[in-house]
Structures are given as structure tokens and as C-alpha cells.
Design a binder for this molecule. Structure first.
Ligand code: URA
Length: 270
């Protein structure tokens, strides 16, 4: 028999799962507002008459201090641009990004997923956003899509230690939803600076979201495998959109297109 409490608990868990909360971070529930309540100002001295309106107001629960409202999207994009510009190395950029509070995704993700591979590589791949496995490990492309990406690299004689890999958005969106245009715009200055600092010769945008954000190109099917110019900020490099491994897992027939694109990338490196 399902009691009221176990039914409510199941519904709550189902709600959490849909919202992307799929792992516990501790054994015991944490009251995150306890500190704020403890630090809230004490009620003012008031008339001692138990029936006075002031007494009745004062005995009502003291509301917790309100958290600062989030910055407007424009302010967050401006702050991201300034913050990204101030980084003079990839390590600094990572630290700045880790402290950045302008993107709401940071609050729901477990950790920052900055990059993997070799930042000195001539070849850089940029995907969309971390999924559940990437969020757990703090590394991009380590789930099912990442395993296929590894096999794609192996097909042209490369492994992860020979390429540099990052995402447009470095925090996992809840429930793996698509990042909103505002979230993407806020994160864009950071990945642009990351590309500039890594300074690859060839940039590969993985899937439409990355291609749209970095190359301002729509239509991955007609543009994959083509070369585009990308301005890093200090020079022009070559960029190629490829199909996302998540798409290739759903449509294995398209792997032959990906294979063609990988050969073109290999040729450009030689
Ligand atoms: N898909 C992406 O675009 N990036 C990852 O890191 C993982 C899956």
C-alpha cells in the first residue's frame, strides 16, 4: 500500500529527476537558508502590549534575507566579456570561469567542465554542453557521445592526448536540456577566449549549436565538412563543422559523412 508520505516522496523524486537532479551530494539534507536566518537582523524593540499590532507583526516569522537578484542578461554578457578578456592564460580563464556567477547553469551543475586533452594541440574540438557523465567527471565528452568521439579520433590516428576539447557552455543544463540563447550568449565570450588562448590551427565545431554560436552558420547538414574562416582575435584560422556524435549514435548511416569530414581534417593537419 502506498502511504501519503511515500507517494509524495516519489512524486518529489520524479520532479527532481525531470529537473536534472539525478545524484545526491550528501547523506543528510542541508538547510541552505539556515545561515541566512541566523544572520538576519533581530526584530526592532517594540511596545510590550500583547495586543498591539506591532507585537503581532513582530511575533510573525522573520523572513530570511533575500538573495541578490540575478544580473540582467545584458549585464551578465558584459560581465562575461570583461572577465574573459582579463584572462591571460588558460589556467587563469578556468579560475575566472569557476568564480563567475553570471550564468544560472552554474547553480544546478555539480562542477565546471572546462576542457580535456592537450591545450598545445593544433586541433581543437568544441561541442555544445556537458551531459550527466561529463558533469560527474568534470571532463567534456566522456559519456556515450564522447566514446564515439574517441573512436572517430582513432579512425584518423589520433587520441584525446593529441587534441584539445571543450564546449560552448561549461556547465550541464538541468536534465540535459538545450542551453537557452541567453545562457549561450553569456558563455560565448569564455569559449571564444579559450580558443584564442589555445590558439589551434584548426577548429572543429561539433553539431549545430556549437556551429551556430561560433561560426554564425545555420544548417549543419549542408555545412558540415566545409571550411570556414574563424577569427580568433589574434589571427584567422580554418574551421569545420562536423555532425555531433550524439546524432551519429541515433543515425549510424550518417557515419560515412563524418568519416569523410574526418579525412578532410586529417589532410589539413598533414
Ligand atoms: N555533448 C556535448 O556537446 N558535449 C559534451 O561534453 C558531451 C556531450
Amino acid at each position: 500500500m502506498i502511504t501519503y508520505h511515500s507517494k509524495a516522496a516519489r512524486e518529489l523524486l520524479a520532479f527532481y529527476a525531470e529537473a536534472g537532479v539525478d545524484s545526491a551530494v550528501g547523506e543528510r539534507a542541508n538547510d541552505w537558508l539556515a545561515d541566512e536566518r541566523a544572520n538576519a537582523p533581530a526584530p526592532a524593540e517594540i511596545s510590550t502590549s500583547p495586543t498591539s499590532p506591532a507585537v503581532r507583526r513582530a511575533s510573525a516569522p522573520v523572513p530570511a534575507a533575500m538573495p541578490a537578484p540575478p544580473p540582467t542578461p545584458d549585464a551578465a554578457v558584459m560581465a562575461a566579456r570583461d572577465a574573459a578578456r582579463s584572462a591571460s592564460s588558460l589556467e587563469e580563464l578556468r579560475a575566472i570561469l569557476d568564480r563567475f556567477e553570471g550564468c544560472g547553469l552554474k547553480g544546478s551543475a555539480s562542477r565546471l567542465v572546462f576542457a580535456d586533452g592537450n591545450p598545445q594541440s593544433r586541433l581543437m574540438f568544441v561541442g555544445e554542453a556537458p551531459g550527466a557523465e561529463e558533469d560527474k567527471q568534470g571532463l567534456p565528452f566522456v559519456g556515450r557521445s564522447g566514446q564515439l568521439l574517441n573512436r572517430m579520433l582513432a579512425a584518423i590516428g589520433l587520441d584525446r592526448t593529441q587534441v584539445y576539447i571543450a564546449n560552448i557552455v561549461p556547465w550541464r543544463p538541468p536534465g540535459n536540456r538545450t542551453p537557452t540563447p541567453v545562457e549561450t550568449q553569456i558563455c560565448l565570450p569564455f569559449i571564444q577566449r579559450q580558443i584564442e588562448l589555445a590558439n589551434p590551427d584548426i577548429l572543429v565545431t561539433i553539431g549545430q549549436p556549437s556551429t551556430g554560436a561560433l561560426l554564425s552558420i545555420q544548417g549543419i547538414m549542408k555545412n558540415r565538412g566545409r571550411w570556414f574562416a574563424y577569427q580568433t582575435g589574434t589571427r584567422e584560422i580554418r574551421a569545420m563543422p562536423i555532425l555531433h556524435p550524439a546524432y551519429l549514435l541515433r543515425s549510424p548511416i550518417a557515419k560515412r559523412l563524418a568519416w569523410r569530414d574526418l579525412l578532410a581534417i586529417k589532410k589539413a593537419l598533414d
